[in-house]
Design a protein around this ligand. Sequence first.
Ligand code: ZN
Ligand code: FE
Length: 257
Amino acid sequence: MNLLPLPAFQDNYIWIIEDKDSSDIWAVDPGSAKVVIEYCAQHEKNLVGILITHHHNDHTGGVAKLKEQTNCLVYGPKHLKHLVTHPIKEGDEIAVFTRVFSVLETPGHTLDHLCYFSDQATPILFSGDTLFKGGCGRIMEGTPKQMLAAMEKLSALPDNTLVYCTHEYTLANYRFALSLEPDNTDLIESHLASTLLREQNKPTLPSNLDLEKKTNPFLRSHNPSLKTQAAQQLKEEVATNSVESFSQVRRAKDTFS
Ligand code: ZN
Ligand code: FE
């Protein structure tokens, strides 16, 4: 199978999963129906399934129309009764062409947030708005404790996992990450590579977990100098427990300019 990003709105990507042996495709978080319909028309593809990570409109706005037009399967959070044909929860498995994806509940950005992980060959993660390249989603419904637990859950996946997130936020994320770790050589290198990609209008994604663990401040809030920097930016005392340290890094990003 083949994965490709369809840009939508300002900075969203709708990930398309193509089958090797047929014209069938799946779409992840189709916030726009038009983008997917035009892609299908241009490339003679047939939408057969949708994965939803969470309820926000930029991830679900196209689902109703796509379902109506194609009769496709829709997997997603169970409270989205009007949209999903298959409500899912932690540990459920979904067959997508030759792969099986398991459902990981990662509340924090929203309470309903799900990630999709497939462990065959090169592992793949659809991380929605939970984990970004160099960043994480804002805590809009959950708590810092939940978001840190989500970060730890994703960190435990294999290092070679390819990370497909839903937004092109990399360069803004790296500006903040570099303010905390100006001497992190992996970060400096990845910032340079990502800058070159954006100059050519190319996606900086997918990322991979090994790189994220070396560069993403939200997977590194235990790092002594990083958490000290975050506290300094907030003009607060350095936190003494892991949840508070994570919360300081998140709040420092929220107010970073
Ligand atoms: Zn969101
Ligand atoms: Fe989003």
